[in-house]
Unconditional design. Structure first.
Length: 202
């Protein structure tokens, strides 16, 4: 896929989507910040942000390729409708959970956007980057909170080493609840071959 995108980039000038979206930075006293400063690689884990990026992509595509305007409009409209339905599905599923059960423990802090959007508390001993090693203090903090709140399960991720969560599971008695998809999709015949499948699988 990377090679294909590079070849396409040689023929069609790339357009940075996030730079087109000014957002209010929380606590900035009215200062503006580009979306690129606020959206990370995990921003797509909130469907509303992906919808916003899709709208911008559709508008820019119609500008750069007027002949394909109708196709871009039709396809983006259809996909936005799917994302709206997915948003409702996620909110209904979370609403069915008691507030005390809306806590999820996983390897690294990949769900910040999801947490803020849907009112889920995420505990992660590792930071946003999977390349950093969690400190003993962070691991201890998570273990203590699992025990205090009697959290019944922890979750693995498809892109991180499972040993840390296995260790936390053994020390707390929390079960391994399954595997979440964060920074990549599954294979085509797996549980999360598309973005919508990924969100439902999680």
């Amino acid at each position: 896929m990377r090679e294909r995108l590079l070849k396409v980039g040689q023929c069609v000038p790339p357009v940075p989507l996030t730079g087109k979206l000014p957002l209010q930075r929380p606590g900035s006293n009215g200062g503006q910040a580009r979306c690129a400063d606020l959206l990370g690689s995990h921003s797509a884990l909130r469907t509303l942000l992906l919808s916003l990026l899709l709208l911008v992509a559709g508008l820019l595509s119609r500008e750069t390729d007027p002949q394909g305007r109708e196709t871009y409009t039709t396809r983006s409209t259809a996909y936005l409708a799917e994302l709206d339905a997915l948003e409702s599905e996620i909110r209904q599923a979370i609403a069915a959970l008691p507030p005390t059960h809306r806590v999820l423990v996983t390897n690294h802090d990949a769900f910040g956007y999801f947490a803020r959007a849907y009112g889920i508390e995420f505990l992660a001993p590792q930071g946003v980057s999977t390349e950093t090693e969690p400190s003993a203090r962070d691991i201890s903090r998570v273990i203590k909170q699992i025990r205090t709140q009697k959290i019944p399960a922890v979750f693995l991720e498809n892109v991180t080493d499972s040993r840390l969560m296995t260790r936390i599971s053994q020390e707390t008695g929390a079960k391994i609840g399954g595997k979440l998809f964060t920074d990549s999709l599954s294979v085509e015949n797996g549980p999360a071959p598309t973005y919508i499948d990924l969100m439902r699988a999680n």
